[in-house]
Design a binder for this molecule. Structure first.
Ligand code: SAH
Ligand code: SF4
Length: 348
């Protein structure tokens, strides 16, 4: 029988691997397969309530209800756009808030998740960067954003493109990647980690030999401009970044994506497109153009018009670069990352 003391349980069960759940059960005098049953409920069925875990003995359900918890997140705001894009604002146990976006496309459904509350990097065009870093998220807090979105529709892809810099929360992000793969059942190839470019961590990630996609937020073809967009210590030189990506491609055999937020009259000239193309020559990569999303904080940046975007794109394509463009989703809701939380904190 389960001993009466399940505690100390420092964290909710969502965040523990099947193996850890099995060990927990065994430790409390239950058979190991109960751990597998709990994992099934928590990760594959999205169950947030022990009482509903009907294949567990009633006594175990009661003990768990009294002494443990499933979930880390509480939904506080939900915005849904016409196209089905849904933005969720979650509150964590300590009151911090993070955003998650559910994006249904024709051929896939993507969850854009947060890896930190806030961000220390402070890119000048990003709403998340303005408040600085509050704290790292735990693996459970990261993974639960995906599991929770399962109630909105079947999730096929995950991008670490919400709040925070994933490679500055490396261990938790790596654990979350493994949980998403092994517990939630998402293929490594459907996971994308987007980073501002923390070179030593890119190299460490390459060494993990995972089949995830690396997306590098470059935004500028030269160091002088990049320094204006990312004015903090978390910026590495363009040359170092491209080299780290080259090594990443070589080690993982995966193409790297370079993200480029287009800012009118800042980084969108044809000459800059040619400079970017030259930089990426002979590298197995894509460039993903992201038209700037205004963030209501007087950053002074503007999104280029459709023509300007097209011109930049054509210049890259003519130089032999494969270009993708972020599909515009979520019209009418606070689409830019960090924007919903900011607005809720200080209504504008
Ligand atoms: N910190 C990581 C991941 C989170 S940001 C990174 O910087 O890559 C995810 C992407 O959204 C980045 O490419 C970032 O540059 C972009 N982004 C941030 N603010 C934006 C805005 N206002 N408009 C458009 N893209 C933005
Ligand atoms: Fe942080 Fe990414 Fe925003 Fe830069 S763009 S402040 S790295 S979340």
């Amino acid at each position: 029988m389960m001993s009466t003391h399940l505690l100390p349980l420092t964290a909710p069960l969502l965040g523990l691997s099947t193996k850890a759940l099995e060990a927990l059960c065994v430790h409390h005098g239950e058979p190991a397969f109960r751990g597998r049953q709990i994992a099934e409920w928590v990760y594959r069925k999205g169950c947030r309530d022990f009482a509903a875990m009907t294949n567990l003995p009633k006594s175990l359900r009661e003990t768990l209800s009294q002494q443990a918890s499933v979930a880390n997140l509480k939904e506080v705001v939900r915005q849904r756009a016409q196209d089905g894009t849904t933005k969720l604002l979650f509150e964590l146990a300590d009151g911090e808030r993070v955003e998650t976006v559910f994006l249904p496309y024709k051929d896939r459904t993507t969850v854009c998740l947060s890896s930190q509350a806030g961000c220390a990097v402070g890119c000048t065009f990003c709403a998340t960067g303005y408040g600085g870093l509050q704290r790292n998220l735990s693996p459970g807090e990261i993974v639960e954003q995906v599991v929770y979105c399962g109630s909105l529709g079947k999730v096929s892809n995950v991008v670490f493109m919400g709040m925070g810099e994933p490679l500055l929360n490396y261990e938790a992000v790596l654990t979350a990647i493994h949980l998403l793969n092994e517990e939630v059942g998402l293929g490594m190839r459907s996971l994308t980690v987007s980073t501002v470019g923390i070179v030593p961590k890119i190299r460490q990630l390459a060494g993990e030999r995972l089949q995830i996609t690396l997306a590098l937020s470059l935004h500028a073809p030269d160091d002088q401009l990049r320094r204006q967009l990312i004015p903090t210590q978390h910026r590495y030189s363009v040359q170092e970044l491209v080299e780290a990506c080259r090594d990443y491609v070589q080690q993982t055999r995966r193409r790297v994506t370079f993200e480029y937020v287009l800012l009118s009259e800042v980084n969108d000239s044809p000459a800059q497109a040619r400079q970017l193309a030259a930089l990426l020559r002979n590298l197995r990569c894509f460039v993903n153009l992201i038209p700037f999303n205004p963030i209501h904080n007087g950053s002074g940046f503007r999104r280029p018009g459709a023509e300007g975007i097209q011109r930049f794109r054509k210049e890259l394509e003519e130089a032999g670069i494969t270009v993708t463009q972020r599909e515009e989703k979520g019209q009418g809701i606070d689409a830019a990352c960090g924007q919903l939380r900011r607005r809720m904190a200080s209504p504008e």
